[in-house]
Ligand binder design. Structure first.
Ligand code: FES
Ligand code: FE2
Length: 425
């Protein structure tokens, strides 16, 4: 897309407090290709959790940023991220989703590799010349691979800033809050939710930090179901001033509101109180308060969302402009009673599970938008200006989405320097 056309895709008028996005961004095939290079080839991407590789020789495979990845824990305890493609002629070396194996044998000609990626077996090796050395044919590593508090990220741009710099202080603090809301370590529970939608991936970015849609889209859950169970919800009004929507810089964002989803952990009050005490001892009262007493959706640009209410970690990747694949995992505190773990798992699946109370509503909403975009030439703009004139936007405003769009727009125009992304910056 030409420079001027790209610049015109977003109107960000801070005098008039108007923000709108050209609906081409959800449908255009050329833009979709450019996103691959400018967003997914440049940014740090969530790939997995260290707890998925608990023991030596544990492995998982998955698609991350369009590449087949193989994550392993090697014999020395190190964690590795390889491209899951055979150095011989390219076949996917590991076809299972996860498991434990001391070595991997390629399906095609049976070259084999250990969990540190070294080539350890070549059938009929004597047919190769003296210039063939096993050490030159190990599994290719991703250019950048870092861990933050157990969260594993890859980056396909060797020149990218380090992961912690990429987060910036504020986003890092929010990730800490999510992890620190558990008294012990956290782990990804075995099994994942994998589903897809006929919608552009950026619609799910918006939706994941969209407090405005909660009541109308999920009426049945928030108004009917919870009250039938005698539970209270903190999604009760559109302007609740105790909630916040914030830009965290560099496109990262958060929505926060005081936690009062009582009942979801009913019956576990004493266990939770004991956990709370441990957290306070570890972090002090103030940090413990921030970690434990708020529900938050933390968005890490471009496509990771941590949803504390449901203890969900979710990523999603575009397959086509109008199609995305979603992966979600439960990030649970270790060492809890079986009863509390069970309740948390039920909670994890009951709202945001693919067939839960929330996700089908959201899928319907997002696929409906995508169908509407077929008329994008005539009905051209999406309005994302809610709360723009407000000094302190709340979670039902749209500042957090503007933060995403500002970073997206900058990267698409090759402006890769860190930027603040708030309304007043
Ligand atoms: S492609 Fe893997 S051994 Fe030939
Ligand atoms: Fe929703």
């Amino acid at each position: 897309m030409e420079e001027a056309a790209m610049a015109g895709l977003i109107v960000d008028d801070r005098e008039k407090n108007l923000f709108r996005v050209d609906r081409q961004v959800f449908t255009d095939k050329g833009l979709f290709e450019q996103e691959r290079q400018k967003i997914f080839d440049r940014c740090w991407l969530y790939a997995g959790h260290e707890s998925e590789l608990a023991k030596p020789d544990d492995f998982v495979t998955r698609q991350v940023g369009g590449r087949p990845l193989l994550l392993t824990r090697d014999q020395k305890g190190g964690v590795n991220a390889f491209i899951n493609a055979c150095p011989h002629r390219g076949n996917m070396v590991v076809r299972e989703k996860s498991g434990n194996s001391r070595n991997f044998t390629c399906f095609y000609h049976a070259w084999s590799f250990d969990t540190a990626g070294a080539l350890i077996g070549v059938p009929g090796e004597d047919a190769y010349s003296e210039s063939f050395h096993r050490k030159d044919h190990g599994l290719a590593r991703v250019p950048r691979f870092e861990s933050y508090r157990g969260l594993l990220f890859v980056c396909y741009d060797a020149n990218c800033v380090d992961l912690v710099t990429y987060f910036g202080d504020e986003a890092r603090e929010q990730i800490d809050h999510v992890i620190d809301s558990a008294a012990a370590d956290v782990e990804v529970v075995q099994g994942a939710q994998n589903y897809s939608m006929r919608a552009n991936w950026k619609l799910l970015v918006e939706n994941s930090i969209d407090g405005y849609h909660g009541l109308p889209t999920h009426q049945r859950f928030f108004r009917k179901y919870l009250s039938d169970l005698g539970l209270q919800s903190n999604v009760t009004s559109l302007g609740s001033t105790d909630s916040r929507g914030r830009s965290l810089g560099n496109g990262h964002a958060v929505t926060e509101k005081p936690r009062h989803m009582t009942g979801l952990t009913a019956g576990a009050a004493s266990e939770l109180a004991a956990q709370r005490q441990l957290i306070e001892q570890k972090l002090g009262k103030e940090r413990a308060h921030k970690a434990v007493d708020f529900d938050r959706n933390v968005f890490i640009f471009p496509n990771l969302i941590l949803i504390s209410t449901w203890r969900t970690l979710r990523t999603f990747y575009p397959v086509a402009p109008d199609y995305m694949e979603v992966d979600a995992w439960a990030l649970m505190p270790c060492g809890e009673s079986q009863g509390l773990r069970q309740k948390r798992l039920e909670n994890f699946i009951s709202f945001l599970g693919p067939a839960g109370f929330g996700t089908p509503d959201d899928v319907s909403g997002l696929e409906g938008c995508q169908r509407g975009f077929a008329g994008g030439r005539e009905a051209r703009w999406s309005d994302i200006s809610r709360g723009m004139a407000r000094e302190q936007p709340v979670a039902t405003d749209e500042l957090q989405m503007r933060a995403f769009w500002r970073r997206w727009h900058a990267l698409m125009q090759d402006r890769t320097e860190p930027i603040a992304c708030g309304d007043r910056d």
